[in-house]
Design a protein around this ligand. Structure first.
Ligand code: PLP
Length: 421
């Protein structure tokens, strides 16, 4: 895992993470709900809250800089274009891509995976070929591959996991067979919190010449991601999971792959020239950004990455590990509660079931105490099936969560069986 500090090397010993100072940047977290209790927002794996800096960047863009990009010669257009392309450079730097042309703006992780499935993988797929995913994937990293496998008569195969929710890699070399055309694996599981050893998976797949896409939706807010260190061919992520806006994300792809890929969608801005006799396409990344993109979204996402990059990352990592340890201990002490997903390497996600209570009841009852957790299958139905459960309640933390909020969660959950009688 790549969780190195963002602070400069040789910096003096750090103070504790100042969570209250950071919370002050997030207006939404200041609100009160449920009879005046403070909101305890623990659904960060679904979406994160936005700091003032992101909200202001979007507002400023629309107040001062809004114009369509790439198509005008007037100053405002050039300014908007500079902001959009500057966001690409910021994003490339954040994940240590070697070239900003390796960053394609998309709607989010889902679109990034679909783009790779349709444009990169499908043309290479024939009947009898295989695509390999893992047992803990989000539906967004399953269904796009099923669609192309179904179309081409190819087969989806699955890296298994164990009862702790860790991938079992003993049989990986056998799964990486002569017909494997692609590996697609999540960096961090949204349902379990498991951090997968993606660098090792990439190395083992590459040893056989098989390309790898990493679904980074849940990794970006918790881990320092370095796409070149991971060595992956593609890395997909969503802005809204990393304190940025919805409707924007990015796909990292090596220039070599992107240059060889046909367009994903046709339209404005992705062409070099168009005539009724035929069309030639722009080089990447424009080739994959047909139509007017989410310009303000890109600006907002870049502001979010800027915000995260400025945090003392070592302190963030320590704070989140502390929240996870505290939540695990406090929830495990609730009678009848079972934690689903106990991997040795985890981010701050605690999924659980409570004997005698449906997950939705848990969610509804803790909400009365102002505690927001997600309940359901978390778009990972195969994970639920593996554990033989229909749903879990899931608390997922961000760096702005506090010890006191974990305590509020634990006491709200402890109250559930009382309420249900
Ligand atoms: N992959 C994982 C692991 C996720 O957790 C999610 C969203 O929860 C996605 C993919 C899809 O992300 P989006 O809906 O932003 O495209």
């Amino acid at each position: 895992m790549t969780t190195t500090a963002r602070a400069p090397l040789g910096a003096p010993a750090r103070a504790r993470f100042d969570v209250e100072r950071v919370r002050a940047d997030f207006p939404l977290l200041q609100q009160r709900v449920a009879d005046g209790r403070p909101l305890v927002y623990l659904d960060n794996a679904a979406t994160t809250q936005k700091p003032r800096q992101v909200i202001d960047a979007i507002s400023r863009f629309y107040s001062e800089d809004n114009a369509n990009i790439h198509r005008g010669v007037y100053d405002l257009c050039e300014r908007a274009t500079r902001l959009y392309e500057g966001s690409r450079i910021r994003t490339a730097r954040f994940v240590n891509a070697g070239d900003d042309r390796e960053i394609v703006f998309v709607r989010g992780t889902t679109e990034g995976v679909n783009l790779v499935a349709q444009s990169f993988c499908k043309p290479r797929l024939a009947a009898g070929d295989e695509v390999l995913v893992s047992a803990m994937e989000h539906h967004s990293n399953i269904v796009p591959w099923q669609l192309i496998c179904g179309e081409k008569g190819a087969r989806l195969r699955v890296i298994p996991m164990n009862e702790r929710g860790e991938l079992v890699l003993d049989g990986l070399d056998a799964l990486l067979g002569p017909r494997t055309r692609m590996v697609a694996v999540g960096h961090v599981s949204n349902a379990l919190g498991t951090i997968n050893p993606v660098k090792e998976i990439v190395a083992r797949a590459h040893a056989k010449g098989i390309p790898v896409l990493v679904d980074g939706a849940q990794a970006l807010p918790h881990l320092r991601v370095d796409v070149r260190d991971l060595g992956c061919d593609f890395y997909a992520a969503s802005g809204h999971k990393v304190f940025g806006p919805t409707g924007i994300g990015f796909l990292y792809g090596t220039l070599e792959h992107l240059e060889a890929m046909p367009p994903y969608q046709g339209g404005g801005d992705m062409i070099r020239s168009v005539s009724f006799a035929g069309t030639t396409y722009a080089p990447p990344p424009a080739r994959f950004e047909a139509g007017t993109p989410n310009i303000a979204g890109a600006v907002g996402m870049a502001a979010a990455l800027e915000y995260v990059a400025a945090l003392d990352w070592e302190a963030v990592v320590a704070h989140e590990a502390d929240l996870l340890a505290h939540a695990t201990q406090a929830l495990a002490a609730v009678p009848g509660l079972r934690i689903i997903g106990t991997a040795a390497e985890k981010v701050g996600v605690v999924s659980f079931v409570l004997e005698g209570a449906h997950a939705h009841d848990v969610g509804t009852i803790v909400d009365q105490d102002g505690v927001a957790v997600r309940t359901g299958h978390h778009c990972a139905q195969p994970v639920m099936e593996f554990f033989g459960i229909p749903a879990t309640a899931r608390a997922s933390f961000a760096f702005y969560n506090t010890h006191a909020e974990v305590d509020a969660l634990a006491s709200a959950v402890a109250r559930v069986r009382e309420v249900l009688g």
